[in-house]
Design a protein around this ligand. Structure first.
Ligand code: ADP
Ligand code: MG
Length: 444
């Protein structure tokens, strides 16, 4: 019996967690929401005799029951429990997931905010299926709601524009323009714009679907030489609402869907440790760590936001300041052979969530829409530094985390920021640079 007792409990249920029956429903309007989605066992996994070790224990909690063997060969189950804002089991379909993740974000951008929905998890855990499935991925359901709202009387002065690009090894490629390399710039008022990105006016969910399909095919058959495995790149689909009533379109709100690169370790991919793989792995680590810190900064309305640590967070800068919301969907595989990756994903998600509730009041500072004085200023400022005490604390926690080493380069946590500087393509551009004038907008 002793063998079945949980050996360790990872952050035993926090907050309102506890026994399933006493869970309180989460708030769909929270600034940050961290949700977990478990996919079903695949046919192949079942055929292999792989077991399902992920047990949702409530609408917000789950347990991972990992079979282990002690040195004396006694078997036992190591149980790790977690609580999140939402846990979707293997029976939840994309419509149910949408209703409790992206749907509130669509409504939110009509109020003038920026919202981001991320899928985070190992390759094969269901990120693309959740976000970008061409039948009922979250982006397409969001488009249906968005166009219904655009048809309402008070909203008819607005139109929707879509951009779709990927980030691979800190480079941006336009998926709507034959993977043309793009450069992100910061203008005089510290707005980040992606110069020359193709922006396409969409007037229906079908428009979005065809634009997406075009970009998606570009993603896997890119024309720029050595082609990246799409699981090693972040795909970013953004729908911007623009007020068209003035002389020039003015951005009103923006909704971003992000299919992140797989967070599994290089060793799990069976890759030989070549330079490309190592660089990919290091870059992915760096961006996922930066992402976590930016979400934390968003939640705490912090003065300094660590955008600069990765290309991903740089291009998402405007989604981390002012009126912004984020929803992370951590996707997990249920089977025994993926338990390490599953636990890694859950721990990352748990830390994003922990940040949410652990922020001490003293750390918070007010932020308003576009209040640039509270943001990291000047991307080329070498003196950029956030709170060193907090950084040390973060580094200590990250040191216990399992990323990095498996890519053959050792943990990259401490050096993330320096590594970025090596190939920082950011430049400050002149006053005249205007977000919309440079965006290569395709109207129609
Ligand atoms: P990722 O993008 O994380 O690498 P995918 O979204 O490509 O993973 O999913 C891997 C496989 O699992 C695909 O065949 C997909 O159809 C299937 N899958 C993922 N999530 C689910 C789910 N919730 N229900 C059914 N099948 C799923
Ligand atoms: Mg994928």
């Amino acid at each position: 019996m002793g063998g079945l007792r949980p050996k360790t409990a990872q952050r035993p249920t926090r907050g309102e967690g506890g026994p399933a029956g006493r869970e309180t429903p989460s708030n769909l309007n929270d600034k940050i929401r961290v949700c977990v989605r478990k996919r079903p066992l695949s046919g192949k996994e079942k055929a292999k005799g792989d077991k399902d070790i992920v047990q949702p224990t409530g609408s917000r909690s789950l347990a991972v029951l990992e079979p282990k063997v002690k040195v004396d060969l006694t078997k036992y189950i190591e149980e790790s429990r977690f609580t999140f804002d939402e846990v979707f089991d293997e029976h939840a379909d994309n419509t149910q997931v949408y209703a409790r993740t992206a749907k509130p974000l669509v409504e939110y951008i009509f109020g003038g905010g920026n919202a981001t929905c991320f899928a985070y998890g190992q390759t094969g855990s269901g990120k693309t299926y959740t976000m970008m499935d061409t039948h009922n991925g979250l982006y397409i359901q969001a488009a249906e709601d968005l166009f219904a709202l655009l048809r309402q009387p008070g909203n008819q002065h607005m139109q929707a524009f879509v951009t779709f690009y990927e980030i691979y090894l800190a480079n941006l490629f336009d998926l709507l323009n034959d993977r043309k390399k793009l450069f992100a710039r910061e203008d005089a008022s510290q707005n980040v714009c992606i110069q020359g990105v193709r922006e396409v006016l969409i007037q229906s969910p079908e428009d979005l679907m065809s634009v997406f399909e075009y970009g998606h095919s570009c993603r896997s058959t890119g024309s720029t030489g050595a082609n990246a495995d799409s699981s090693r790149s972040h795909a970013i689909l953004q729908i911007a609402l623009k007020d068209m009533s003035g002389r020039r379109p003015v951005q009103h709100g923006k909704l971003s869907f992000i299919d992140l690169a797989g967070n599994e370790r290089g060793a799990d991919r069976g890759d030989s440790a070549n330079k490309q793989t190592m660089m990919e792995g290091a870059e992915i680590n760096k961006s996922l760590l930066a992402l976590k810190e930016c979400i934390r900064a968003l939640d705490l309305n912090k003065r300094h936001q660590p955008f600069r640590q990765s290309k991903l967070t740089q291009v998402l800068k405007d989604s981390f300041i002012g009126n912004s919301r984020a929803c992370m969907i951590a996707t997990i595989s249920p089977n025994t052979s993926n338990s390490d990756n599953t636990l890694n994903t859950l721990r990352y998600a748990d830390r994003v969530k922990a940040m949410k509730s652990n922020g001490s009041a003293g750390e918070t500072e007010p932020t308003g829409v576009g209040s640039d004085e509270y943001c990291d200023t000047g991307l080329d400022d070498p003196a950029y530094e956030d709170d060193p005490k907090e950084r040390a604390q973060e580094a200590a926690t990250d040191a216990g985390y399992e990323w990095g080493a498996a890519y053959g380069r050792g943990p990259v946590h401490g050096s993330a920021r320096d590594a970025f500087r090596e190939e920082d393509e950011y430049e400050l551009v002149g006053e005249a640079d205007d977000e919309f004038a440079t965006a290569g907008t395709t109207y129609g």
